[in-house]
Design a protein around this ligand. Structure first.
Ligand code: 0A1
Ligand code: ZN
Length: 885
């Protein structure tokens, strides 16, 4: 039972419209697993039950990469002619009604480099065993009905050598343990909550742990345990704090309590994604769990908070209420990303989190939606579901939930979510169910919102205002249009909530009075655009106001606003919405960039306006330093090139660098003053205020070094004196980018200092991979031979090769095509090891048609070369096939 597919033999697509309720269900699953890295035996008993309405449908179990040893029905072993096994399935013909189907299979976790199913993390002799089952990994452990709408109760008995695997874990509550002959031992787990197979997990190894306790609002005492390898266990304290904060927050904000007596988290360095929400046994990529001042940056601290929250919140949005099928993936992911965003917004900074989310949306999701891999938040077909854990499903999915939150208001949204959880607890739901629950709880018909899930592409939203002095009114006209996307030529109007305020010349918000409505004291209003275009008239507006539109980025659209630089400057300096302050500076910077790209230099008047805004943010002590840092940080090249055709990445780089330099030169004095003022006081403190100050200080440093090479000495001093990783890395990055004298020995010293710390060395790889210089490619190629780099480790691959292709457009898009060649070779090499990672890397070619003809041809050539290879994985075949289509 093993399978590979070539591009022309790729898996056939599955269509949403073909969904059928399962003909067979599984009430109970009993597993007995004899663990051994070389040969693990899995014995299963599935209590299956046929849907009487589908009595003619055979029982087909999913089964891949398994060595089938035995099949039985109600304890009677079947002859080889009584079942059919293929590379993907095990079929038992003639079965009717209820039975217990038994199987015995053998698997080899130490050979499983795909990191799906049961695999080994770490070395052959000392590593530990763990599972990853989402989306379709369970079928690589035992034959089963591996689809999310089949929910079963699990009893799991694990057996293993005690010395090698003292820790045995599976989902749910512990239900006995004991000794066995030959130095082996056993442990049993019962999970009382029916769950789909993708939430199954086990862990076996020699891990250390830290432990704490949480008492839920319902009075349940919960043991919290985090497990990690010896060298990492000391870095788990922050994650434990985050977990407790997440548990309390979900009770307070959404009334959701934890529901088992124990909650385990396990850290691994071998994981293709961020983390996984297995019921009661979350498994984390160590990158998103470990944090201590010497080994983690401020960003790491915030990411741990967010990801620990995310996985914990899945316990309700995903586990208690799961998805009917994988087309509904955003039902759990969009909702959980939204909950995670709100968690961080409430506990840390709302404005900052929003800016970061919008940057990601623009960079990753808008690009995806504008290229050949565009798909709706709820796709209508897929051939490889692993390729749909995308920015669209996650980030745009979260934006839809956010818009519903904006329209329903906090209380209405909470009512709706309560009803959703109540109605669908213990079952598998759909996007329609979600909208119905939110609507029913608020006596609203939300079915029009389904279009956001079904339609791909980013809507353009045009906002233009007209003031009528005589009538003392202001008319705001909103117009939407969604450009055609691959596979979806026709588009319809969507419900678009547009949060609006009107500011006077000093930035003070006016009271809003919409024509035809009673006057209120509100200074902000959500306008709901439901058609192609609509005009909203505000009355009692004496003077032309500054319209602050799309506040908090209330809808995931490309805003095109008829607004002059002076009005943007009013927003940048005074808007009471922190996000829109930043949005205004970003808009000004993009205009400067467009001028630099078109005519070789930015317009001096516009430059002066923008400089005044940034100067104000730098000098004003009332401005959050983190916000000031964000205002100083220009959008990345990919985001700036959004919407351009025939992109010349070198020209984009030069125009961007020119704007950065012009701003830095004009702001040199306040940048330097602020840099010194912020120096030296925060040490290893990781509180929010200290993080914000470091962020601004490092933004000032980077800008100063762009303005004048002499400032590179500041970076040298900072590198030498830094007492935290954030400052040390920021200085190193500046020095690498400046190609400063002596930077190579500094890089060596850094690598030596952190030798053996894989996560810090990954950052060291990334710093070198993102040097905005075509010569970075040679360095990256050389680093693939470094002792700390393994092609089999996804974190290494993303840190070096992913950082190079995604965050170093100048070098990746070298005119000679060497960057493309390197990526294509890396993809081919990785595909035979970890297909999911290869497929993800291949999405870096997704925008190939947007580039100028020479680069377009070079990328196409590499894509066609990959496509022509034999034995391509279905994962890679799917991405390359769709990219070239
Ligand atoms: N559900 C996880 C993401 C995840 C998806 C697939 C994985 O393996 C292929 C692993 C994790 C989350 O959203 O956190
Ligand atoms: Zn998730």
């Amino acid at each position: 039972m093993s399978s590979t597919a070539s591009l022309d033999g790729a898996k056939p697509p599955v269509f949403l419209r073909d969904y059928c309720a399962p003909a067979w269900r599984i009430r109970e699953i009993e597993l007995e697993i004899d663990l051994d890295p070389a040969a693990t035996l899995v014995v299963s008993r599935l209590a299956v039950e046929q849907d009487p309405a589908q009595a003619d449908v055979e029982l087909v179990l999913d089964a891949e990469h398994l060595e089938l040893l035995e099949v039985s029905i109600d304890a009677r072993v079947l002859g080889a002619d009584e079942y059919r096994a293929s590379a993907q399935t095990l079929t038992i013909p003639g079965l009717r009604g209820r039975s217990v189907v038994g199987t015995r299979v053998r698997i080899a976790p130490e050979k499983n480099t795909a990191l799906q199913g049961l695999y080994l993390s770490g070395s052959r002799d000392a590593g530990f065993l763990l599972t990853q089952c989402e989306a379709e990994g369970f079928r690589r452990i035992t034959p089963s009905i591996d689809r999310p709408d089949v929910l079963a109760r699990y009893t799991v008995t694990l057996r293993a050598d005690r010395a090698r695997f003292p820790l045995l874990l599976a989902n749910g509550n512990a239900d006995g343990a004991g000794e066995l002959d030959g130095g082996r031992h056993w442990a049993r787990f019962v999970d009382p909550y029916p769950k789909p197979s993708y939430l199954f997990a086990l862990v076996a190894g020699n891990l250390e742990h830290i432990e704490d306790e949480f008492v839920t609002a319902e009075g349940r005492r919960v043991r919290l345990v985090i497990h990690a390898e010896t060298d990492a266990i000391g870095h788990c304290g922050w994650a434990m704090q985050c977990l407790k904060m997440a548990m309390r927050w979900d009770e307070q904000r959404f009334g959701r309590c934890y529901d088992l007596d124990v909650f385990h988290i396990v850290a691994t360095h071998d994981f293709t994604m961020g983390a996984m929400e297995n019921k009661g046994l979350n498994i984390f990529n160590a990158k998103y769990l470990l944090a201590d001042p010497e080994h983690a940056t401020d960003d790491d601290y915030r990411h741990v908070l967010a990801v620990v929250g995310h996985e914990y919140f899945h316990n309700w949005s995903g586990n208690r209420v799961t998805c009917r099928d994988w087309f509904q993936l955003s039902l759990k992911e969009g909702l959980t990303v939204y909950r995670e965003q709100e968690f961080e917004a409430d506990l840390a900074s709302r404005t900052l989190r929003r800016i970061e989310d919008v940057r990601v949306l623009w960079r990753a999701q808008f690009a995806e939606d504008a290229g050949p891999l565009a798909h709706p938040v709820r796709p209508d077909r897929y051939s490889e579901i692993n390729n749909f854990y995308t920015a669209t499903v996650y980030e745009k999915g979260a934006e839809i939930v956010r818009m519903l939150g904006v329209v329903l208001g906090a209380k209405g949204f909470r009512r709706g979510l309560d009803l959703y959880f109540e109605r669908h607890d213990g079952s598998a739901a759909t996007v329609e169910d979600f909208l119905a629950a939110l609507g029913d709880a608020n006596a609203l018909d939300l079915s029009a919102w389904l279009a956001w899930y079904a339609q791909s592409g980013t809507p353009d939203l045009r906002a233009s205002g007209r003031h009528d002095a005589q009538r003392r009114c202001y008319e705001l006209t909103l117009t939407q249009r969604t450009p055609r996307t691959s596979g979806q030529p026709r588009k319809q109007a969507l419900p678009v909530p547009v949060a609006v305020a009107l500011l006077d010349a000093d930035g003070r918000p006016l009271r809003l009075h919409l024509d035809g409505e009673p006057a209120t004291a509100a200074h902000e209003r959500v306008l709901l655009l439901t058609s192609d275009s609509a005009t909203f008239r505000f009355i009692d507006v004496a003077r032309p106001p500054v319209a602050s539109v799309l506040r908090g980025y209330s809808a995931p659209v490309r805003l095109e606003q008829a607004i002059d630089a002076a009005a943007l400057a009013v927003q940048a300096r005074h808007d009471s919405d922190g996000f829109n302050r930043w949005f205004a500076t970003d808009t000004l910077a993009r205009r400067l960039f467009a001028q630099a790209l078109a005519s070789g230099e930015p317009d001096p008047a516009l430059l002066a306006t923008h400089v005044r805004c940034l100067d104000g943010a730098l000098r004003d002590p009332a401005v959050d330093p983190a916000l000031a840092a964000e205002m100083l940080t220009l959008a990345d090249a990919g985001s700036l090139a959004d919407g351009l055709a025939d992109i010349d990445p070198e020209a984009v780089h030069q125009a961007r660098a020119q704007v950065e330099r012009a701003l830095a030169i004009a702001l040199a004095e306040p940048l330097l003053a602020r840099y010194h003022e912020l120096s030296g006081s925060d040490g290893t403190a990781v509180d929010l205020a200290a993080q914000a100050r470091r962020r601004l200080r490092n933004a000032c440093l980077a800008a100063l070094c762009r303005a004048d090479p002499r400032h590179v000495d500041l970076a040298r001093t900072q590198r030498a004196q830094a007492c935290n990783l954030t400052d040390r890395l920021a200085a190193l990055s500046v020095l690498v980018n400046a190609r400063a004298d002596g930077v190579d020995p500094m890089l060596d010293a850094f690598a030596q200092r952190y030798a053996g710390d894989a996560l810090v060395l990954d950052k060291w790889f990334s710093v070198q991979a993102t040097e905005a210089d075509p010569r970075a490619l040679a360095r990256v190629e050389a680093l693939t031979a470094h002792a700390a780099f393994r092609w089999t480790n996804p974190n290494n691959v993303y840190a070096l090769i992913g950082a190079f292709t995604l965050r170093n457009p100048r070098a990746f898009h070298r005119a000679d095509g060497a960057g493309y060649r390197f990526l294509a070779q890396a993809i081919t090499r990785i595909d035979s090891v970890t297909p999911q990672v290869a497929a993800r890397l291949a999405t870096s070619f997704g925008a190939w048609r947007k580039y100028e003809p020479v680069r377009r041809a070079l990328m196409r050539h590499e894509l066609e070369g990959i496509a022509a290879r034999n034995g391509l994985s279905p994962d890679l075949g799917d991405i390359v096939g769709r990219t070239l289509a």
